[in-house]
Design a protein around this ligand. Sequence first.
Ligand code: AMP
Length: 188
Amino acid sequence: MDTTDTKKSEVLTDGMLLTAEQLIRDVPDFPRPGIMFKDITPVLSSPKAMREIIDRFAEFVLPRKPTAIVGIESRGFVFGMPLAYELGLPFVPVRKMGKLPYKTIHEEYDLEYGTNTVEMHEDAISTGDRVIVVDDLLATGGTANAAKRLVERLGGTVEGFTFLVELGFLHGRLALAHEDILSLITYN
Ligand code: AMP
């Protein structure tokens, strides 16, 4: 028997957290020296892990009675869109500056060095919308907070956030200052 296959099937029959942890690849010094990049592409190539992640997200999100799912470019799309599809909800993309074709509103946020800007179409959220913000990873919380501000400027409320990974040592959870934050794997 091929031992690689055996190992893989053992990983996939374990609990979800172990499965996903085994499937997240640490890439040192990407995109810059000193950054440990959490590469989630192995998760995307495991249908079982993806199924479990989207199911866990849906379980958390449903009681919050959302009317829309907001995903943050670009890895927030790959978790946000299947969640929206699963729940039968509209999906709203938040994108980097200059990518959305129609009229937009934008929000700037701080990075370690400099700033970044994200945008949303101005008709993407309506007054009273109850929104869940989805991304692959919570680091300092700057990106997710900018997405929240976009939703609120259009009259919506953020009812929760979901992330696959949380870098606990960067305290993004404190920065978001929200009661309803789900992350499936935390690195401390
Ligand atoms: P932040 O705004 O600091 O919470 O950063 C979160 C955003 O940056 C997410 O869209 C992540 O995909 C990305 N990101 C930040 N740090 C990492 C990391 N170490 N590995 C992978 N993605 C990261």
